[in-house]
Design a binder for this molecule. Structure first.
Ligand SMILES: Nc1ncnc2c1ncn2[C@@H]1O[C@H](COP(=O)(O)OP(=O)(O)OP(=O)(O)O)[C@@H](O)[C@H]1O
Length: 560
């Protein structure tokens, strides 16, 4: 069996110092940066909790519990959150960015509040005494002071990475209006990733941190061979552009349907082998360099396209009998372009065309989410084919994947209607249910199952043979006992070296032998039953005759 080169077990560049330090988050000053569903608010946790790591500690004995952060003075500060690893297949978290300098300059104020337990309250419509504030509930809500590391630790991203390693198709996508912090969450502030990028910054976003975590997990599994490949594309004005092979012409690539994989794929998309962490980071840098960015009234570095960075993870795990189990998982990082009100962004010309395309594809995504989240509509048509974005996300939303949606919002009153729209969108996405499955190499899965079958049949046939031998000694007249042809004897340890055809032939012989042995056993069983019945009849007749004989010998005594 072909084996691939394992991922090199060495750390890359200067990222060795990247592991989050326990006091990394101490610089935060807000009392409640994260809150989440199911948290037991204001419950304090003993500082002797053994499950303490990275400056955080969790409620003992439960995966769901409050998270507190370690302060510089070694006391723990409640950050009002709970962390539940076993969430739905589509987890939805909300990240609220801080008010930006422009909003503060304009005297804008915050219209969102955080009641805890994964809830967020929005004063909408603002300052209307006749309307109650809108309350929404999610898996986790990250408040403005939450750090980039908080997002990795508590969004469920680590679970997603582990699942991708196990062979699931996973997707993390950021959704929200323009300027709400999607790119910041995924990659960090503008200029951080690029030729002059620093080795490590606390501003590094979720992608960078996920790569780190991915390599850490892979290096822990020294008995498994991993092959990592990455691709990076953007959907700009409904055209798919390869960000790793963009060239000067930026030739668009076709999105096609694969019958075999039952999904859409991008034809001729460049995939790069990534043996080391640095290779993945180089992919991120290259893609970020080539993506389309523009400046408008609400964001100086606005993404003018949707981007999808995919890491394919193939693992080869040695199983029994020299067989390898191959699994291919993947993880997509999707940075959606922000929905925008063109009046507010004052987009015109090229920018306006981009905005219209962005809004259109997001609208189609919205329709798909609405259809999928409504059990009544689910059987109806889901309009994936109406945009390239939804074609490529179809699998993540409704197929066999596991998805994390990070809804990014601004806290400012100026953006409140877009904020409520995003929160509604996210609430709908939360209702979608998927059915995740592990992707295994079908040929190797077949070989493995054939080997199990051979072993089971061999054991069963052995028992049947023994049963026949026992029966045939008790019924020496039986003529069938030696009629069955035994398959050639194989060393079970060497099954791994056999070709698929040989294995299938072996299974066929074992199945044949099994059927014949079953037949013989059945015949023997039937003839034994007949013998038993005859035996019973003879016994009963014997008894009757004995009783009769007894009666005859007793009569002369009583009569005279
Ligand atoms: N949580 C945050 N903390 C600090 N700064 C943030 C945060 N979120 C966003 N910002 C800053 O706000 C600005 C806009 O953010 P970003 O570019 O990520 O928005 P976006 O949602 O990706 O916008 P677009 O859809 O236009 O691309 C950036 O300067 C970014 O660094």
């Amino acid at each position: 069996m072909k084996k691939s080169t394992p991922i090199k077990q060495k750390r890359a560049r200067s990222h060795e110092s990247l592991a989050p330090k326990s006091d990394e988050s101490n610089k935060e000053s807000s009392p409640s940066p994260v809150n989440s569903r199911g948290s037991s608010s204001n419950k304090s946790i003993s500082s002797t909790d053994s499950r303490q790591s990275n400056g955080f500690k969790r409620k003992p004995g439960s995966e769901t519990g409050s998270i507190e952060r370690l302060n510089e003075d070694n006391s723990f500060r409640k950050i009002s959150t709970s962390y539940n690893e076993n969430e739905d297949n589509i987890n939805v978290v909300v990240r609220v960015r801080p008010l930006n300098p422009k909003e503060m300059e304009n005297g804008d104020h915050q219209v969102v509040e955080f009641p805890g337990n994964g809830q967020i309250m929005v004063d909408y419509p603002p300052n209307n005494p006749n309307e109650k504030p809108k309350l929404f509930s999610y898996n986790v809500v990250f408040e403005p002071a939450a750090t980039q590391e908080d997002v990795l630790q508590f969004s469920g991203m680590k679970r997603l990475i582990s699942m991708a390693i196990e062979g699931f198709r996973c997707t993390c996508f950021c959704y929200g209006q323009t300027g709400s912090g999607k790119t910041h969450t995924l990659t960090g502030p503008p200029g951080l990733i690029g030729p002059k990028s620093v080795a490590y910054s606390e501003n590094h976003g979720l992608i960078f941190r996920s790569f780190m975590y991915l390599f850490q997990r892979i290096q822990e599994q020294s008995n498994t061979h991993f092959i990592l490949k990455a691709s990076y594309l953007e959907i700009y004005n409904e055209k798919v552009i390869d960000l790793l092979n963009a060239g000067t012409i930026r030739k668009p690539l076709a999105v096609r349907w694969s019958k075999k994989a039952c999904g859409f794929f991008v034809e001729n998309l460049f995939t790069v082998d990534c043996e080391e962490l640095d290779d993945l980071i180089a992919v991120l840098e290259e893609g970020m360099r080539n993506r389309s960015i523009g400046r408008h009234n609400m964001n100086d570095f606005s993404s003018r396209s949707h981007t999808i960075l995919t890491v394919h993870i193939t693992s080869e795990l040695p199983a029994e009998n020299g067989v390898f189990i191959t699994r291919t998982g993947k993880i997509n990082f999707v940075d959606l372009a922000g929905s925008e009100m063109t009046k507010k962004t004052q987009s015109e010309g090229k920018m306006l065309e981009e905005a219209n395309n962005i809004n259109k594809s997001l609208m189609v995504l919205g329709y798909c989410i609405a259809s999928l989240s409504d059990p009544k509509k689910k059987t109806n048509h889901v309009p994936y084919r109406d945009s390239k974005l939804t074609k490529l996300l179809a699998d993540s939303l409704a197929g066999n994947g596991v998805t994390l949606m990070i809804a990014c919002i601004s806290p400012a009153k100026f953006n409140v209607s877009e904020t409520v729209n995003t929160l509604r969108y996210a609430a709908r996405a939360k209702k979608i249910r998927t059915k995740p499955v592990v992707l295994m190499d079908p040929r190797e899965a077949l070989i493995l199952s054939l080997k199990h079958e051979i072993e089971t049949l061999e054991n069963e046939n052995k028992h049947l043979r023994t049963a026949l031998r026992i029966s045939s000694t008790s019924t020496p007249s039986d003529k069938n006992s030696n009629k069955v042809k035994t398959p050639p004897k194989v060393d079970l340890e060497k099954l791994g070296d056999m070709e698929l055809q040989e294995l299938m032939e072996l299974v066929r012989l074992y199945v044949k032998e099994n059927a014949e042995l079953q037949q013989q056993n059945m015949e023997l069983f039937n003839s034994r039953e007949v013998l038993q019945r005859d035996h019973e009849v003879v016994c009963r007749e014997n008894e009757r005759l004995s009783r009769k004989l007894e009666g005859k010998t007793k009569t002369p005594d009583t009569g005279r």
